[in-house]
Design a binder for this molecule. Structure first.
Ligand code: ATP
Length: 436
């Protein structure tokens, strides 16, 4: 790719806005920093990402349960988990321009990137959790927090989960849901936002198998990214140094992607040991151990966690798919999404409005099969192809004047723009085979 055709975050943001994938939240009121809304096509992509993730779990391991925890939890949960004490980032303010920064992302000996002065406040720890009060009385006992990670709801339900499902260690609990972090500097669009979605799996295992299972999960997660069609030269696993580990972690490996702004984490795979269940046992006074029938001993299971942000993955997928190329010496933008992730699987286009009726009938027939497809009659055929290219639609079917006589349509392939003619009664089979 030549330099001018390089993917930039600006290009992705602009495409998202232009095609209605993502909007800044509360825009008509001036917006809210680090919060986004997803439009029609963005919502479809998110849904496809979730489904792909769920499918990958089923493929990797047996015995994975589903779970949906609440977003709010009372203060004792976050005291036990260590988040009240430890879930903070170091913060520093420029005394001159009052800009706020994460101290670990700055060299404080250098001038302020905003105003060029070198006068800083002391570095303070800033807790990232959003605090609120539940109920009408605002005192210490009513303090609750919006969850900064989805995992804790699973740990505090551990007894409920094992007593109501017929599972034995090892097993996993998966969850997709929102998390909230009052990031000091939300940035890089969906990469670091204040409200985001996580897709997490908590894998409960015997302490003796934890390292082995951790390695199996690392392998499985890498396979997931390959299955999404991502460029695997831009994916790597990076083990955390001891100084980087979160307060609960024994070891951690990040899956990283090479974004236009550098190599960054997209998923954390952590060996959490028995930290969480032990903490919640201690603080709640409830035994969260399990009994091993073979050894006749009780123990607290260890946990391997794989946690990926769906919004961050959304951005990853767009960066990876975004392509600018020349078709008949005309520049086009195309999203080379895998068919599984593409929001619209196929477009049905009458060459001219006069041919709407027969094409609309074909479209209705296919739509009832449950495919996410579009009928588009407006504008020149070239313009309609460009729009479908930009939103990543793998196939366009076009009905032209010849179709009336030969009962065929033209199929156009997004990536190559090659066209072929197929019989109308073969469209269903063609779609099925192409979208596998
Ligand atoms: P980072 O170092 O980038 O802040 P983290 O190590 O704090 O991330 P985890 O707590 O491991 O992140 O969260 C798991 C996943 O949740 C991350 O890999 C990322 O995909 C996603 N995630 C975390 N924070 C955010 C955020 N502010 N905005 C969007 N996604 C996020």
């Amino acid at each position: 790719m030549s330099k001018q055709n390089q993917v930039t975050l600006e290009k992705i943001v602009s495409l998202c806005k232009r095609r209605g994938l993502v909007y800044p939240s509360a825009e008509i009121y001036g917006g809210i920093n680090g919060v986004y809304d997803f439009g029609h096509l963005g919502t479809l992509i998110k849904r496809n990402i979730r489904n792909a993730w769920l499918k990958s779990l089923q493929k990797s391991f047996e015995d994975i349960l589903f779970f949906e925890g609440s977003l709010l939890a009372p203060s004792p949960v976050w005291e036990a988990s260590g988040h009240v004490q430890n879930f903070s980032d170091p913060m520093v303010d420029c005394l001159n321009c009052k800009h706020r920064f994460r101290a670990d992302e700055l060299d404080l000996k250098k001038p302020c990137p905003n105003c060029g002065q070198t006068k800083w406040t002391e570095v303070r720890q800033f807790n990232l959790m959003f605090q609120t009060n539940v109920g009408a009385i605002q005192d210490k006992s009513s303090i609750a927090y919006l969850r900064p990670e989805t995992a804790q709801a699973i740990f505090i339900n551990f007894k409920n989960i094992i007593s109501t499902n017929r599972v034995k260690i090892p097993f996993g609990v998966s969850q997709i849901g929102k998390a909230f972090r009052n990031e000091i500097t939300p940035k890089q669009f969906l990469f670091r936002s204040r409200e985001f979605e996580q897709m997490e799996i908590e894998w409960f295992c015997n302490p003796e198998n934890a390292i082995n299972d951790f390695n199996l999960w690392c392998k499985a997660r890498k396979e997931f990214y390959a299955s999404l069609g991502l460029n695997m030269n831009k994916i790597r696993l990076r083990e955390h140094g001891k100084d980087e580990l979160a307060h609960y972690s024994i070891s951690c490996t990040d899956v990283e992607y090479e974004f236009p702004f550098g190599w960054k984490e997209i998923e954390g795979i952590a060996n959490r040991g028995n930290y969480d269940l032990t903490q919640h046992s201690k603080h709640s006074g409830k035994d969260l151990g399990v009994f091993d029938e073979e050894t006749k001993q009780s123990y607290i299971p260890h946990v391997i966690e794989c946690s990926v942000g769906s919004d961050r993955l959304f951005l990853t997928i767009l960066c990876d798919a975004y392509t600018e190329d020349l078709i008949d010496s005309e520049e086009r933008i195309v999203l080379k999404l895998s068919p599984e992730i593409a929001p619209i699987k196929a477009a049905f286009l009458p060459l001219v409005k006069k041919l709407n009726e027969p094409m609309y009938k074909i479209y209705q027939d296919i739509r009832l099969l449950g495919y996410e497809i579009e009928f588009d009659e407006s504008g020149s055929i070239g313009k309609r192809y460009r729009r479908q290219d930009e939103i990543g639609t793998p196939l366009c079917f076009t009905y032209d004047f010849e179709s009336i006589n030969d009962n065929c349509v033209t199929v156009r392939h997004r990536d190559t723009t090659n066209q072929e003619r197929i019989s109308i009664d073969k469209i269903k089979e063609y779609l099925k085979n192409s979208l596998k």
